[in-house]
Design a protein around this ligand. Structure first.
Ligand code: ADP
Ligand code: GN1
Ligand code: MG
Length: 351
């Protein structure tokens, strides 16, 4: 694939001269492109297996960016889309692949693990601020880019389908993980039930609040900009909270093989609660169910990795065989650890 040729379809500051794969996202193909005049850009091919309607996705992203830009003080707080030479927000190549370009946010970096609890506090403030700023966004302006995204019972249904289909015969290698998941199937309904009974309000949420979906100012190490806006849709704030915990409060990488290294750090958990609640206003029910958000998103993500392992790694990018099963195991280890720390997690609620 000639990335520089693809880049030439966008209004970059000058001619693109280098292009390298970039970052550690699991979904899109991301490249950092530099130009003759020293400009730096992020070029992405949108994953069409994951996002069935990339054009609609880009309409969502454009609206969210515009809304946030009107409400932020520093231009580096919101990503900037670069138009194509025809003045469009995305480019479709001859193979019907969808491409987009953002300015590389100047002076920024992303983290795949926190170095200190302060990093995680900053991440929480960024996602909390994001939540607060979107409070007045009209949800009806957004189309769901992935229906049932955090519908955990639906994720279980997909796991059960994969077990029956078993296309590569991998079920036998994952029996312990399948048993673990199935034992917790009743719990999977908890937050969806609280949503349908109106206890937890639907808000416009980010839905993919990984630490590496926030850019930090490399000079000050303050959180600067929330990125990866592909899944901004109506959702639960406790899930945004929880998805951030499952990744950022873990003491090891998402695909760590040595499960003795994998724990949920209460210190990091506490730092995130403090940062998140300082930046956005949640109601009492949401605060009470923060720890359920953490456990649910961790369980759900484990179920998703397990399903994808069984299906033959068709959704999440893998760098080696078995990586999705490794990822599933860390998530389930974190669920067990949260069960142990359940009472302590409750102590961080600020009422
Ligand atoms: P994916 O959906 O595959 O996770 P992301 O949109 O999160 O893709 O991008 C992958 C990585 O690329 C991010 O984690 C971040 O490191 C980097 N990145 C994305 N957009 C920008 C940007 N505008 N400026 C700087 N870095 C970026
Ligand atoms: C994916 O795109 P990325 O890497 O930021 C996934 C999330 C998962 C996460 C697991 C659109 O996030 O839902 O929680 O991997 N994004 C999508 O690491 O499915
Ligand atoms: Mg990402």
């Amino acid at each position: 694939m000639d990335i520089l040729a693809i880049a030439s379809n966008f209004r970059l500051s000058s001619k693109a001269v280098t292009a390298q794969t970039y970052g550690r996202g699991h979904i899109n193909d991301t490249f950092r492109v530099t130009t003759q005049d020293g400009g730096s850009f992020i070029l992405q091919k949108i994953n069409k297996t994951v996002f069935k309607d990339p054009g609609q996705l880009m309409k969502n992203v454009t609206k969210v960016i515009q809304f946030l830009r009107e409400r932020s003080e520093d231009p580096r707080e919101v990503m900037n889309l670069v138009n194509t030479v025809d003045g469009k927000q995305w480019y479709v190549d001859s193979e019907r692949e969808y491409w987009r370009v953002y300015d590389f946010v100047p002076g920024s970096m992303s983290l795949d693990a926190c170095e200190t609890e302060h990093d995680f506090y900053e991440c929480a403030v960024a996602f909390g601020r994001f939540q607060k700023r979107l409070a007045m966004f009209d949800a009806s302006m957004l189309k769901e880019t992935i229906p049932h995204f955090h519908d955990t019972p639906d994720r279980y249904a997909q796991l059960l389908d994969a077990i029956v289909y078993n296309p590569l015969g991998r079920v036998k290698d994952a029996q312990r993980e399948i048993d673990f998941a199935l034992k917790r199937e009743n719990y999977a309904h908890t937050l969806m039930n609280l949503q349908s009974t109106g206890v937890l309000p639907l808000r416009v949420t980010h839905n993919d609040t990984k630490l590496n979906n926030v850019l930090f100012d490399s000079a000050t190490r303050k959180a600067l900009c929330v990125i990866d806006l592909d899944t901004v849709m109506p959702g639960l704030a406790v899930n945004d909270f929880g998805d951030a915990i499952r990744f950022g409060a873990s003491t090891a990488a998402e695909d760590e093989k040595d499960l003795d290294k994998v724990e949920m750090s209460l210190t990091l958990y506490g730092a995130f609660v403090e940062g998140y609640l300082s930046a956005c206003a949640l109601n009492e029910s949401e605060k009470e169910h923060l720890r359920d958000g953490a456990k649910m998103m961790t369980l759900e993500c484990g179920v998703r990795f397990l399903t994808d392992y069984i299906n033959g790694d068709v959704y999440f990018r893998v760098r080696h065989e078995g990586q999705n099963l490794d990822r599933c195991r860390t998530q389930f280890k974190l669920v067990r650890d949260m069960d142990k720390k359940w009472d302590e997690m409750a102590k961080f609620y600020i009422t």
